[in-house]
Design a protein around this ligand. Structure first.
Ligand SMILES: Cc1cc2nc3c(=O)[nH]c(=O)nc-3n(C[C@H](O)[C@H](O)[C@H](O)COP(=O)(O)OP(=O)(O)OC[C@H]3O[C@@H](n4cnc5c(N)ncnc54)[C@H](O)[C@@H]3O)c2cc1C
Length: 390
């Protein structure tokens, strides 16, 4: 069949596209949904390359609300996403998140701490002596304070993706193995997605959930978005000596790591990275940048072995590092963008998936108001950015 007709066509079947499909189908109106994914093995997709961290430590109330919804969603994911009695094991570990900052950054940390508390997050303020008592191996000499969110943690990103895919398919969503190459437009509406194979998918609404490739889909209709592919590395390493159990730790220099198996996984992403679809690995980066940061924090990392490294792409929003969610206002009213997650897309996939389902089916947000994440802010030059550690 060379043409099909659906209510909603989603371009990109990573965590974001799959979550959108799931929440659309779970809605009482249960629209027909197709997900167009060009690579069902997800070789270069960002989702399977993610570190798996899920946290409520944000400063924008919208981001906190997305996590307040998404983390409990992940806690019950295994059972909720079961298909034919088989659970979807995502290995959620509620081992906490810890942000640590130098003395000059405690003001921002304190303001964010208040916002987090006001938005119902269980957070603990830790002075350096408390940090030392809690994590005796940690060097706290240069630190001003830390904030711990014990209910946060991490999970297996690939298992989340497979769980969402399997469940969504069981709900009647078709994943079409093809590439979206063009959009048909009639006035202010997209009418169809053209596929590389020559097939056409006609749709009432189209969602662009193509992650780091989202700007390419936008470009086909002349929409220029400030979302760029930005490489970052995820390293797996082991310490020579044992360290007490750690949460997911992040600092102001973007060091971010957590326990994984016998060792740890994490890295130091840098905004200096040239933008582009580059998956090559600079094997000196760990030794040059990551190892010194780790060794300065924990003496056990003085002797360390990097056992594996993987590169992946952020869909980096150059405007304010906050995702762009919603239609191409005033231009194409039924063409929705969900991209620019800048490193937070896995944890916010459930909340954003539910939000886009509301927007498409009700014409407004019903639960979490993501109006500030819309395209208008870019047009109006109004940044909506996180403060402190992102
Ligand atoms: C190293 C690393 C660590 C990270 N750590 C975390 C973390 O700890 N927590 C967190 O929340 N986030 C993290 N992220 C970010 C997270 O991985 C992303 O924000 C998220 O996976 C984005 O999901 P997505 O579905 O938008 O993109 P993707 O998973 O990349 O999916 C997009 C899909 O679109 C498909 N596609 C593209 N163009 C087309 C087309 N024309 N036609 C058909 N299909 C197309 C691609 O094949 C791809 O499968 C990390 C990212 C990286 C790289």
């Amino acid at each position: 069949m060379n043409s099909m007709r659906v209510d909603v066509a989603i371009v990109g079947g990573g965590a974001i596209g799959a979550a959108a499909a799931y929440f659309l189908r779970r809605h009482p109106r249960s629209p027909s949904v197709v997900v167009i994914e060009r690579d069902p093995s997800y070789q270069l997709a960002s989702t399977p390359r993610a570190s798996g961290g899920v946290r409520r430590l944000f400063s924008l109330p919208e981001n906190i609300a997305l996590s307040n919804f998404g983390i409990p969603f992940f806690e019950t994911f295994d059972a909720e996403m079961a298909v034919a009695g088989e659970p979807a094991a995502i290995n959620f570990r509620k081992s906490g998140y810890l942000f640590i900052v130098p003395p000059q950054a405690t003001g921002v940390l304190a303001r964010n701490f208040e916002v987090q508390q006001a938005n119902g997050v269980r957070v603990e303020w830790l002075e350096p002596r408390n940090l030392k008592a809690r994590f005796p191996s940690m060097n706290v000499d240069d630190l001003g304070a830390g904030v711990l969110s014990p209910d946060d943690g991490w999970l297996d990103p690939y298992a989340v993706l497979q769980g969402l895919r399997r469940k969504t398919r069981s709900l009647g969503v078709e994943f079409v193995n093809d590439e979206a190459v063009a959009l048909d437009v009639d006035g202010k509406r997209v009418t169809a997605v053209q596929l590389k194979s020559g097939r056409t998918i006609r749709a009432e609404a189209v969602i662009n959930a193509a992650g780091a490739w989202a700007k390419e889909i936008c470009a086909t209709v002349g929409w220029r978005v400030p979302i760029e592919p930005m490489r970052r590395y995820e390293h797996y390493f082991e310490a020579a000596e044992e360290i007490e159990p750690l949460p997911y730790i992040k600092d102001v220099h973007r060091l971010a790591f957590r326990p994984e198996g016998k060792g740890y996984t994490g890295g130091v992403p840098t905004l200096d990275e040239p933008r582009g679809y580059n998956f090559e690995v600079d094997h000196d980066y760990f030794q040059r940048v990551v190892w010194p940061a780790l060794a300065a924090r924990f003496p056990q990392f003085e002797r360390i072995r990097e056992k594996n490294v993987m590169s992946g792409l952020y869909d980096q929003n150059e405007f304010d590092a906050t995702p762009i969610i919603g239609p191409w206002t005033k231009e194409l009213e039924n063409f929705y963008l969900m991209a620019g997650f800048s490193g937070h897309g896995l944890m916010h996939a459930p909340g954003c998936g539910r939000a886009i389902a509301e927007l498409i089916l009700h014409g407004r947000y019903e639960t979490i108001d993501l109006a500030r994440f819309g395209w208008s802010r870019v047009v109006n030059g109004e940044r909506c950015a996180e403060t402190g550690i992102i």
